[in-house]
Ligand binder design. Sequence first.
Ligand code: K7E
Ligand code: CUA
Length: 865
Amino acid sequence: MAKVFSKLSSIVLGTTLALSVATAGDGELQKIMKKRGLTENDLIRAAKTYTPTGGRDEFIVFSSGGQSGQMIVYGVPTMRLLKYIAVFTPEPWQGYGYDEDSKKVLRQGNIRGREINWGDTHHPGLSETDGKYDGKWLVINDKANPRIAVIDLEDFETKQIVVNPIFKSDHGGAFFTQNSDYILEACQYAAPYDNNYHPIDEYKETYRGGVTVWSFDNKEGRIHPEKSFTIEMPPYMQDLSDSGKGVSDGWGFTNSFNSEMYTGGIEVGMPPFEAGCSRNDTDFLHVYNWKKLAELAKDDKNVKVVNGMRIVPMDIAIKNDCLFLVPEPKSPHGVDVSPDGEYITVCGKLDTHASVYKWSKIKKLIADKKYAGKDPYGIPILDMKSALHGQVELGLGPLHNQYSNVDGEIYTSLYVDSQIVKWNYKTLKVLDKVNVHYNVGHLCGMEGKSADPQGKYIISLNKLAIDRFDPVGPLHPQNHQLIDISGKKMDLLVDMPLPLGEPHQAVAIRASKLHPKVRYTMGTNTKTGKPHIGKTLAGQEKVVRKGNHVYIYGTLVRSHINPERVTVNKGDDVTFYLTNLERAQDETHGFTVDHYNIHGSLEPGETIELNFKADIEGVFPYYCTEFCSALHLEMMGYLLVKDPNKKYVSAQKLKMKTMSKEELKAEYDKTVATNSATDAVIQSVVKFLKENHYEKHQVVKDLVTDALDQYGKIKEQKAKSDEAVKADDYEKAILFENMIWQYMVKTADVGIRAKDALVRLVATKQSSAVQAGERAFGEGGCGGCHVIGKVSSGPDLTGVLQRHENAEKWVADFIKDPASKYKDPYVKGMIDYFNLKMPNQHMSDQNIKDIIEYLKWVDENANLF
Ligand code: K7E
Ligand code: CUA
């Protein structure tokens, strides 16, 4: 309470308590460099990545969260973590897996009736229009339990999980086709399509790989399994994939690493998989016409159905010229299609070369039916040499590629050499190499796998951190390293440890393409986007019993939960339907009932459902789990669970001393007086807002709506207070007056934010010098004593340039060397009045010049302060 009051008094009195901060003088930078052992290059790198408070990033990265089954969101170039998105794994902060609606999404991922509560996420994909990222949907695969999840980029929540019913693992997904009609998901470890036992000796006959082509609705953001199909492929252990684009649109490309069809067996005296899978010099790049196959798959004649999945058998695909193999250096990993779709680069882990295939050559070989042979399943094999544009020696362990905005430019990770190579896939020339820390896997370029790569940065997604960071035990974080690629030479800027799982692949998109919402329509089920069956508005709160099931229709708004007391019988089923009534940005409330293992996160406007059986007797506090307001701790209630078969003896009532009526009346008067003082502040803000036509600015309008929303609740409380006074119940009246004060504080809080925002908008535009001046004013600590528009612990500076002759010079001299003017009668008077001397803040001449510009701007807009 004390904290709130001091906040309010600062609102009422208009004073700001700030401490002055020493400015960085000229020698300061040198001092810090010396102390921290920084070079000039370090400073340049810092300047390229550092973003002052309030600044935003240019790109947003969505990284797989590896074994955490989640996704990681961070910004570039700051490498600041922004969010973890819960996908295949329960995540209590977001309530994911702890409230009913998110559980429904998570449970779509059950496999053969079993709940699976983790995932091994590998490859995120962003939805595309014409091969360019459209910022609408994000998908990711789970390698361990072959599944694909769809995340809505309007709210960064997982909306759908689809299980692949015939694969036993997947890896080469999730890859959108260029207009997001389909998502490709390639199998990894070959296995029988059905769920039965098949001896491994029958590997060649009964084990299969393949690529599932999931039908996707880019408007609605959902996969439609019934419109999807799988292309049967040999058990070659399909690996990474990519979908064609531009000239190769309609086709898909998938690597494989076990064309030997080796089946291991250390225990029966065979060499391990790793030896047997790399015996041949080449494996196969699978080239398939998914577009034509999608048409064929619509006809029941062309498919067989296993576990509900429509499968196009190999012979149908072969007969229709839809499936081909091209040899590729053994045990490859990444396959990446160029922005125009003409070049397909394959990197082999065991080969030091990158192999660049040319789509027009492959196409011609297919059209001419020029086959070098057939594999044991009858799939035509194209001649490797004739399909190749060329090969380039890059180094040890090339894995994955990304593109930049420069034509022909490609970046490849070298796992064994721990390097990134920049080269040209058209001229086949190596251009530059940079060392990264240990063992890079994927690379993440800025929209680097779209038809419109942006260049600027590449992120090296390293597998090992080893000694890079402060030790945190034998399990180390992963290390993402940001590399500037805008110059001729690559320049490694900064490291970021990622402590959640192994992020295999990450995708980056321009931040300007994302438009997430700040609130939901009131009462939304966020998982379906539809009104929630438990939607409850203010005044509709109720508790309904139906047999042994108690339904609570409740609401949350700063700072109370309605209802605050719920009593049920032991053994009852309990359902909480809760709606967050807030409209204000970032006013999330959390909700839990202690001991019952439930938790919900309610974003503004969201309704959630929480279910449990009240199977233990007792008193269970429930509360809001987000520090949502000054009175967040008070945002609570009690669930009382009593045993209907038990007799409870009432406890002896303690005699408590109470206040006299006079004392109560005095407290009531004091509270009322505080309220009217607060109201006066609110009215002055409202007057300002109206005079300056706040309604013309949507941002401010939203804030004012939030503020008035709170203010509007006062009337009802006032009526209750007056009623209590009439009934001579001052105790109750004080409580209602306190409630009024709560609403006023909230109104004033948002109102002042609105005012600040409006001032920014209606004031004359700040030149860059004015902006620099304002920054220097703030960072230099001037605000510690001077508040624009108010007398604070120093004089108001509005009009300061009118107060002196030749004022610009006067003020500049004064800032530069205050002591030189301490004897000036005017300054002396000020010193006596404020009992403070203007200190020397060691401002640079440039800072001072900018501050003068800022003060001129202040004068121009004096009416606003
Ligand atoms: Cu780790 Cu793409 Cu699954 Cu390569 S993958 S590194
Ligand atoms: Cu709502 Cu804390």
